[in-house]
Design a protein. Structure first.
Length: 65
């Protein structure tokens, strides 16, 4: 999340600081995406980078909200 916030700050030219709060019931404490199996079993290959996808998402929200 901190890395994604840093990317959003970069895209938007802002310096929004994260707000850390106590863990809530149901929060996922540790999660790390891994597409290795999808790549080896199904030939999956991302068509865009995370940063480009995030920029497109921010642009969409800017235009539609």
């Amino acid at each position: 999340m901190n890395s994604m916030l840093a990317q959003v700050n970069k895209i938007e030219g802002k310096n929004i600081a994260p707000i850390f709060a106590p863990v809530r019931s149901g929060d996922i404490l540790h999660s790390q995406a891994d597409v290795t199996k999808a790549r080896t079993k199904m030939g999956y290959q991302a068509k865009t980078t995370f940063e480009e996808g995030l920029r497109r998402t921010v642009d969409w929200y800017r235009e539609n909200l």
